[in-house]
Design a protein around this ligand. Structure first.
Ligand SMILES: *Cc1c(COP(=O)(O)O)cnc(C)c1O
Length: 359
């Protein structure tokens, strides 16, 4: 007999792993194409020799390194098994009843609806504006007495769009201070807005105890396979996160690799410059070919192809280019190495492809 499982989990789609064709170019997961730096690889190898020992459950050395880097206290930082784990833990520390509400923009990061449902809370998705940015007015208007948590993904995955500092401040000022606002800045390192306009959640959070910022080692820092992200926020929020943290879920290898990568951040951040040149080149060529492509502040671009997206990614996969469709809205294209981007552009700008996909 099948054991009893929470029936509300039926509404969560089962995980479908991404396809992996041998020889194909993978532009589907917003990963960095480079392997870890030699110093990070060495730290990983050394940590592996202690794999029989549990990791530091408090991740003390990593949190100390992050605190120094960000100019905050250790008590302002929690680490998680990827920032996606912190998303789930943030629902856990704020929502306790099925009537508790989590507000987020949609389309946005696919984990938000899932962690909300896993946390047995009520999702309140707010459609993006016509130019595919967060609709802050509508999000603020959606706040009710039941609202416990708000996710703001800036830059937004999968549209790549970002809102500037002034708009973000106006939004934060409109939200009652007892509601936790999560600024998910997974793509912070790829932002190229002007210094005055650049939204920096850590700065904005210094005077706002209801703001918590999420960043990750998975994207610009190139450690997606090892799993570490971090939250920066008020010590009360951080202390609660540590209570629901799955013990030892941030492993020894990633703690060592993250510290080494932070020390070598100059080199890692230099790589983002090359990526941004490619991002703008890919976008310009797509625009020239007649696509609509919103400006991107991340390491991917978005093609709002609507419900043609799935057919588009099937056609690209047949040409050896793996992209991510988000039915029914469009397709996300990760920026890879120049030769990978060329392969995608060859497909995308092919007149036969342009003729078939008219959006
Ligand atoms: C990739 C991503 C994350 C983090 O991923 P982890 O690998 O779990 O750290 C978080 N938020 C958004 C919006 C992302 O795109």
């Amino acid at each position: 007999m099948i054991p009893h499982i929470r029936p509300d989990l039926d509404s969560i789609p089962a995980y479908v792993p991404g396809r992996n064709h041998p020889g194909a170019v993978k532009l589907a997961s917003n990963e960095t194409t480079f392997g870890p730096l030699p110093s990070a690889a060495k730290a990983i190898a050394e940590a592996a020799e202690l794999a029989n020992r549990y990791p530091d459950n408090q991740a003390g050395d990593l949190r100390t390194a992050l605190a120094e880097f960000l100019g905050v206290e250790v008590t302002n930082i929690a680490v998680g098994c990827g920032s996606v784990a912190l998303c789930q833990e943030l629902v856990q520390i704020t929502c306790a009843a099925p009537t508790d509400e989590v507000v987020y923009a949609w389309r946005s990061f696919e984990a938000y609806p899932i962690v909300t449902k896993v946390g047995n809370a009520k999702a309140v998705p707010i459609p993006l504006t016509a130019d595919l940015t967060h609709d802050f007015d509508a999000m603020a208007a959606a706040v009710t007495e039941h609202t416990k948590l708000i996710f703001v993904c800036n830059p937004n995955n999968p549209t790549g769009t970002a809102l500037g500092r002034a708009e973000l401040i106006r939004f934060l000022d409109a939200i009652p201070s007892h509601i936790l606002v999560v600024l998910d800045e997974a793509y912070f390192e790829y932002l190229r807005l002007t210094p005055e306009d650049r939204p920096d959640g850590v700065e904005l959070g210094r005077t706002r105890p209801n703001v918590v910022v999420l960043r990750t080692f998975s994207k610009a820092y190139g450690l997606a396979g090892l799993r570490a992200g971090y939250a920066v926020g008020d010590p009360a929020v951080i202390a609660a996160l540590m209570k629901v943290h799955i013990p030892f879920s941030v492993n020894r290898l990633v703690q060592a690799a993250a510290i080494a990568s932070l020390e070598a951040r100059g080199e890692l951040l230099d790589r983002t410059e090359t990526l941004i040149v490619e991002r703008e080149r890919v976008r310009d060529e797509l625009l020239a070919a007649g696509y609509r492509v919103p400006p991107s502040e991340a390491n991917f671009v978005w093609l709002p192809l609507g419900d043609q997206g799935v057919a588009y990614t099937e056609a690209s996969a047949a040409e050896g280019v793996l992209l991510r469709a988000y039915a029914p809205d469009g397709v996300r294209v990760t920026i890879g190495d120049p030769h990978e981007n060329d392969r995608f552009l060859r497909f995308a700008t092919d007149p036969a492809v342009r003729g078939r996909f008219t959006a």
